[in-house]
Design a protein around this ligand. Structure first.
Ligand code: SF4
Length: 387
């Protein structure tokens, strides 16, 4: 039965909320990057900082945040005094035990940087390692090399950080299964607590997409992509990492709490150009342009490029799709509490079909993807995206 009660309560200020801050600065664009990021001078960065402060004020009243995530772009590309000022402002607005993550580019960090951000409340580091193969890093157009990543992990650990994650990319053109195994092994040897591993994506108007269209690049086959993904799951499991989402693996207790909140469809505020938000019953996306974003906020207007208040049914579908990305899957009681819907009744047809195809299974009273369906998750999830 749909009560709609949980959904309408989402229109009020939630008791528990996260904040994502998009820091859109990079020193150079990577070949594959479709995120919004630019190079910016000191004046633009100061204006950006003023704008995100004001944007958060415009959302008031806000609860104190259970997770804070600084992503980008490269937060470590921000001018340091401005980044430290940003941290001095945002971390007191988080709960004392909040997870507070920053993404960093390994070329942009050093011992002093980690010492300063730790003093300012950051307790989780996400390092954009991407690969431990020098040729692949060059192909991707990264500004860092393998030694930068090793040094970055050392510096973070020396500064007292324990919760360190590495982001990796597989299925890079020219890469072999053994290249990928080598990158995974080198990542594991650095003893991170968390590893994200994503297949290289071809999206947007990136040099990668253009070079591929021009015939200069040949993407690896779907078959090899799938074998690399399978190898990821097996290798990380053997090294003691638990897969808790399609592309995310962690030592027990080190799952990214911020991203888990996305997959549980919990509210979050997004600040900065191109940031997405889900707050007070509205899903929003900010303009992916720094100047337009700053201009709107200076006039005390939200800088939304799009905003949408999902219907209760849409909210239920979103929640199902997001929950199914996790290895826990959909917990029926929690799903009904959150959305007002009975999962078995709402999705009777796709559940029956995908149980029959062995794409879904009931595991500990939760509905989740089978191991075999992880590599084709999108084809299963699209059947839950609309009813
Ligand atoms: S560092 Fe990240 S955000 Fe910046 S250009 Fe490269 S992939 Fe894009």
């Amino acid at each position: 039965m749909n009560t709609g009660a949980s959904h309408s309560s989402a229109l009020n200020t939630p008791a528990d909320c996260s904040v994502y801050i998009h820091i859109p600065f990079c020193t150079r664009k990577c070949r594959y990057c479709a995120f919004y990021s630019i190079t910016a001078d000191s004046r633009q960065q100061q204006d950006y900082l003023n704008a995100i402060r004001r944007e958060l004020e415009m959302h008031a009243p806000c609860p104190s945040f259970s997770t804070v995530f600084l992503g980008g772009g490269s937060p470590s590309a921000m001018q340091r005094d401005l980044l430290y000022a940003l941290l001095d402002w945002i971390t007191p607005q988080a709960q004392p035990d909040a997870e507070r993550t920053i993404e960093v580019n390994p070329r942009q960090t050093d011992a002093e940087f980690f010492d300063q951000i730790r003093r300012r409340g950051i307790n989780r580091i996400s390092i954009g390692a991407q690969s431990f193969n020098p040729g692949e890093l060059t192909f991707l157009g990264r500004i860092h090399d393998v030694q930068d990543t090793v040094q970055c992990v050392d510096d973070a650990r020396d500064a007292g950080f324990d919760n360190i994650g590495l982001d990796l990319i597989f299925a890079i053109p020219g890469s072999t299964l053994s290249d990928w195994k080598d990158s995974l092994d080198k990542a594991i040897a650095l003893q991170p607590r968390h590893i994200s591993a994503y297949s290289l994506t071809y999206e947007g108007n990136t040099p990668l997409v253009r070079d591929t269209a021009a015939g200069q690049i040949t993407p690896i086959s779907d078959e090899l992509d799938r074998r690399m993904y399978e190898l990821t799951i097996d290798t990380l499991a053997a090294a003691g990492f638990q897969q808790y989402e399609i592309s995310n693996f962690a030592r027990p207790g080190f799952e990214c709490r911020h991203n888990l909140r996305y997959w549980k469809n919990r509210p979050y505020i997004g600040l900065g150009p191109a940031a997405a938000g889900w707050f007070r019953g509205k899903r929003t996306e900010n303009i992916p342009d720094l100047q337009s974003y700053i201009a709107a906020i200076e006039h005390r207007q939200f800088a939304y490029e799009s905003e949408h208040a999902p219907t209760p049914e849409e909210f239920a579908c979103e929640t199902a799709v997001l929950n199914l990305r996790t290895r826990t899957g959909i917990e029926p009681v929690e799903f009904q509490r959150q959305t007002g819907y009975d999962i078995a009744a709402l999705f009777a047809a796709p559940i029956a079909e995908h149980l029959h195809l062995a794409h879904l299974e009931w595991h500990k009273k939760c509905l989740r993807l089978t191991r075999n369906a992880l590599g084709i998750a999108d084809t299963v999830l699209c059947d839950f995206a609309a009813i």
